[in-house]
Design a protein around this ligand. Structure first.
Ligand SMILES: Cc1cc2nc3c(=O)[nH]c(=O)nc-3n(C[C@H](O)[C@H](O)[C@H](O)COP(=O)(O)OP(=O)(O)OC[C@H]3O[C@@H](n4cnc5c(N)ncnc54)[C@H](O)[C@@H]3O)c2cc1C
Length: 473
């Protein structure tokens, strides 16, 4: 049976009546049952996005794992993303260097890269769902050329090669840029297929996945987690909360949410055209520009469509389809048209979705330990101090809350979570723990009021200021 996103809000005048990633590639989707009876397991995971399912993939090799998803697999941010797997946009090596030093930045980069390779190796995505090739990072203004040079130097320090093109040497289809860096070995995916394939692999390893199963409450009683999912109960020794931007503000999650900027973005997909098909077939898969808040990113899809997004704004929106009358849709089409020297085809699909952006861009992980006889309460925070072993194998149940921006980080979090559950030291935890040394932007974020409406207004003002800076730069 096929399922095309039962929780999707339908606006009045959708261009196409179903989400692009599902309609364009829907072939052999697995569906999973809703939970209809009480169950016990070693590890319960709330959330069937890239983070929850990557954890399920790692853990279900050795444990009895259950995933509970309120809608269907990949129905959160993961399945509505642009699907670009670029590590360059996932972590800003300069920011990590400044905060944690070069050695840690190198460790993070290599772990991210290994996590993506291992995940793609484990699931064997079909060719029509995985693109590999070159990405272009282009200077939107002549005054942005130093940004490219800094990026080139940074990447060089980590052994990553880039190729710089002067304005005169840019690919002929790009008309408005002032120079660009070419990044090799880049990848992009159909994100729905990616997450569905991870789910299928985890299920093949014995993981039990339940869709249409919202968790409404959980508590720890005598060392066991007790979860309410409708009228059913799930009991587990460990619990992982990977509920993304639209998860409930349960108390252990709230302190993480305070460190995140909820962001909503619009994406458009055009009808196919030959020029784009040629570009994609020649290996150019993605392009993004140097603006900080007015940025645009796009993909050249193999069948000749352009997918584009950018200039995200603060706030949370349920994933919804957009009409071509929507200001964001028209603006995106106009921006990408202004960047190409051939006439782009009209928009065929458009949607809006949200994700969470940590202030310093790094994933956030919170670990609480619950021993037997520890009834209710919030559990003991573990891993205090600097670099101490987190979650040693003391037999206690663990509650892990994980949140991130980016598909590659979601895959990495799956491995980090598995290490924590299995009592192994993970060298990344100094950087990923939720109470890490805060960056300047994280400190400023923590000063914003804790009232959602006020916080959103304050964030809008910050975004407005950064956009002004983009215009004046
Ligand atoms: C427009 C857009 C473009 C993007 N483009 C890219 C890109 O090109 N490359 C990239 O790397 N990243 C991109 N991202 C970011 C990326 O999609 C997210 O950072 C990532 O998918 C987050 O994954 P997650 O598993 O943490 O959250 P989600 O994918 O949101 O998963 C959380 C899941 O938990 C479920 N859930 C929530 N509450 C409950 C509950 N109470 N009970 C049961 N289930 C629950 C939700 O239904 C959801 O399925 C983009 C995001 C958006 C919105």
């Amino acid at each position: 049976m096929k399922n095309s996103g039962s929780h999707l809000m339908q606006p009045s005048a959708a261009l196409k009546a179903a989400p692009f990633w599902r309609t364009a590639f829907e072939t052999d989707k697995e569906t999973y049952p809703a939970l209809r009876h009480d169950i016990d397991c070693d590890i319960a995971i709330i959330g069937g996005g890239i983070t929850g399912l990557s954890a399920a993939l790692s853990l279900s090799q050795n444990h009895d794992v259950v995933v509970l998803e309120q809608g269907s697999v990949a129905e959160g941010s993961s399945g509505f993303s642009a699907g670009i797997l670029s590590l360059a946009t996932t972590v800003d090596l300069r920011v990590v260097e400044q905060q944690f030093g070069r050695e840690n930045a190198a460790l993070l980069y290599s772990r991210l890269s290994a996590a993506v390779n291992r995940t793609l190796g484990a699931i064997n995505l079909r060719e029509d769902a995985l693109q590999t090739g070159v990405s272009i990072y282009a200077a939107a203004k002549a005054s942005h050329l130093p940004i490219l040079e800094t990026e080139r130097q940074t990447r060089k320090r980590y052994g990553l090669s880039t190729r710089f093109h002067e304005k005169s040497g840019l690919p002929s289809f790009l008309t408005s840029f002032h120079g660009a860096l070419e990044l090799e070995g880049e990848r992009a995916v159909n994100p729905v297929k990616l997450v569905q394939a991870i789910a299928k692999r985890a299920a093949d390893q014995g993981c039990r996945i339940f869709e249409s199963t919202p968790v409404t409450h959980f508590e720890n009683s005598n060392g066991l987690f007790v979860l309410n999912a409708g009228t059913q109960t799930v009991k587990s020794r460990h619990l992982i909360v990977a509920t993304g931007v639209r998860g409930k503000a349960w108390s252990p999650v709230a302190s993480i949410n305070r460190q995140l900027v909820p962001v909503k973005g619009d994406l458009i997909v055009t009808e196919p055209c030959q020029e784009v098909a040629k570009l994609a077939q020649s290996g150019t898969i993605a392009l993004w520009d140097t603006y900080q808040m007015l940025y645009t990113y796009l993909r050249y899809l193999p069948d000749g469509r352009i997918l584009a997004g950018g200039a995200d704004s603060p706030g949370i929106s349920a994933a919804c389809l957009l009409s071509d009358k929507e200001e964001g849709v028209r603006r995106l089409h106009a921006v990408i048209q202004s960047r190409h020297n051939f006439k782009l085809p009209p928009v065929e699909h458009a949607w809006r979705a949200s994700f969470s952006l940590p202030a310093d861009g790094l994933p956030l992980v919170k670990v609480l330990s619950f021993g037997e006889g520890n009834d209710g309460g919030n559990g003991g925070e573990i891993g205090g101090g600097n670099g101490g072993e987190i979650g040693g194998s003391n037999g206690s149940g663990k509650l892990i809350v994980a949140s991130t921006d980016g598909l590659p980080s979601g895959m990495l979090l799956g491995e980090v979570i598995a290490n924590l559950i299995e009592g192994r030291h993970d060298g990344l935890m100094d950087m990923l723990r939720h109470d890490r040394k805060p960056s300047l932007s994280a400190r400023l974020l923590s000063l914003l009021p804790n009232v959602p409406a006020l916080r959103n207004t304050a964030l809008k003002m910050v975004f407005f200021g950064m956009r002004l800076k983009d215009i004046l730069s």
